[in-house]
Design a protein around this ligand. Sequence first.
Ligand code: 0L1
Ligand code: MG
Length: 260
Amino acid sequence: MAVTDIKSASEKLLAAEDSRTSISRITEEWSGLDLETAYKVQREVISARTAQGRKIIGTKLGLTSKAKQVRMGINSPLTAKLLDNYYLATDTPIPLAALIQPRIEPEIVFIMKQDLRGPNVTAAQALAAVESVHAGFEVIDSRFTDYSFALPDVVSDNASSAYFFMGNKGVSPADLDLTFEAVALSVNGKCVATATGAAVQGHPAEALALAANSLAAQGDYIRAGEIVLTGGLTDAIPVEAGVQISAEFTNLGSLFITAE
Ligand code: 0L1
Ligand code: MG
């Protein structure tokens, strides 16, 4: 299928996800795909999923930390949508058969108590709109072979979204200093990376403000009740069958996840 416009790009991404078959960069075939158009492709992908019955339950940020930006070779954060079928309870193993090349990354997650509309939202205003803060894990699964993409590709691909987990423990943002909230990421009991909330744009509330301000440019906003993933705190690690992965936070609790 030749990719020349928003419709054909979205159809190629949907087919890749449905058939669990990776594809080459859209920007290789469609060099004119700019960032603004890429967000239109993302919206087309999400519209196709909502037409199939999926519901939008939140927003996610990607590439908000240096660790992620360096790994992916892209130094600009992006936003994407969370659909209801991305959510997994923490006792559910990651379903590898549904995925192409899964990786997992620990995240700080917000549940919103108020709408947040850009432009010009500050981090303080963003944090004041948060109901509770949770430990999280995001499972990403780029539809592009070997995660080889440019910014317009990964924006079109809804920021590699696949699944996410969230801890039950919710802490009021007033009771935390998220700059210093630390996480230890471990694989089979061995710590492989650590980070603090400062890794995410200096403070996860800065990432939240960034999301509200960039959504405003698309005529969109963050709604009360939505879940917001603020972006991987560390580099993402590959997920294999039988692995045990944990994210232990200072105050947000711990998540222990397996895959099969
Ligand atoms: O595939 C990717 O790494 C892009 C999505 C980034 C997710 C994140 O930084 O949280
Ligand atoms: Mg992420």
